[in-house]
Design a protein around this ligand. Structure first.
Ligand code: NDP
Length: 294
């Protein structure tokens, strides 16, 4: 039975997460653990919201004085027109995963980007400055990761995507924002990727290859990567996470590489959101909460 020993009062502040679906989300567990650890009178709840209802839902959250909320699939981009302002990062990335109330305004932030960088450092001991990195995918998570890598001083970023036009568009867009990083676009194809993967210090997966729609392991994995050309010193980070690790992480480890899945990014983006809302560092409360259920 779950421990429901929360002390709600008329002063309790309410936070939450907006997405569809949200029932699988670990964010309520992490954020409530942090509120408890920090003795903050607040509670964090899931708000399942369909795409068609997003604008009405944000109006509701606004008038109910919800103090802040996370945004997850499929709303990270569509929420932007519902907000009053965006942080510099959210503006550049074009996606919002954290909304904070500032006075009467709802301000959109993106903590996926800083969470990714923190997890690279914490989980792989990797700092992007001066390094060559291959990013698989060109969707929302790729935008946050490529932005983070460029801001952190990566020398070269190769974006490889099934739909190569999306990779080209992303490389051109971020090329303008981040002129000191060389950004190239490639098709997600093991022949084309031989050279970039051979030269890479880090490979980051942001695609959902190998996962079915419910996020479980599925057959068919990463034969699109030129495994024979990847050095065992090359690190691999999979932003996807799944209990017992992801198919890609297992494959990379079998190749002799050090590889991590995205649970560290999930925790770090939650910690960043908590800091935005409360001004406090939640310490290791979120990591402990996630490790307790793993
Ligand atoms: P998007 O839908 O925006 O992008 C999906 C990407 O995956 C696209 O590049 C798409 O390529 C590619 N893709 C999907 N299926 C295939 C396939 N069969 N073969 C090749 N490429 C494929 O999703 P997001 O970027 O928002 O999320 C991606 C993953 O990252 C999700 O699993 C999500 O849970 C995870 N994530 C994890 C976070 C964390 O905190 N750890 C934070 C954010 C996301 P194409 O353009 O060709 O369709």
């Amino acid at each position: 039975m779950k421990n429901l020993s929360v002390n709600l009062s008329g002063k309790t502040r309410i936070f939450g997460i907006v997405g569809w679906p949200v029932s699988h989300s670990l964010s309520p567990l992490m954020q409530n653990a942090a509120f408890t650890a920090m003795q903050i009178d607040a509670v964090y709840v899931p708000f399942p919201v369909r795409e068609i209802d997003l604008r009405d839902a944000v109006t509701g959250l606004r008038v109910l004085s919800i103090q802040g909320f996370n945004v997850t699939i499929p709303h990270k981009q569509n929420i932007i027109p519902c907000l009053d302002r965006l942080s510099k990062e959210a503006q550049a990335i074009g996606a919002v995963n954290t909304v904070a109330r500032e006075g009467d305004e709802l301000v959109g932030h993106n903590s996926d980007s800083s969470g990714f960088l923190r997890s690279l450092q914490y989980d792989l001991g990797f700092s992007p400055r001066g390094h060559r990195i291959v990013v698989l995918g060109a969707g929302g998570a790729a935008r946050a990761c490529v932005y983070a890598l460029c801001q952190a001083g990566a020398a070269e970023v190769v974006i490889a995507n099934r739909n190569c036009e999306r990779a080209i568009a992303l490389s051109e867009e971020f090329g303008l924002i981040c002129p000191s990083t060389k950004i190239h676009a490639f098709p997600l194809d093991n022949n084309a990727l031989k050279e970039p993967c051979y030269a890479a210090d880090l490979i980051v997966n942001t695609t959902s290859i190998g996962l079915d729609k419910m996020g479980s392991n599925a057959a068919g994995t990463f034969d699109l990567l030129p495994w024979g050309n990847i050095n065992s010193e090359t690190l691999l980070y999979d932003v996807v996470y799944s209990p017992g690790s992801t198919p890609l992480v297992k494959r990379a480890r079998a190749n002799g590489m050090v590889a991590k899945d995205g649970i560290g990014m999930l925790i770090a983006q939650g910690e960043e959101a908590f800091k935005i809302w409360t001004g406090h560092d939640p310490g290791d409360s979120m990591r402990c909460a996630v490790e307790n259920v793993a």
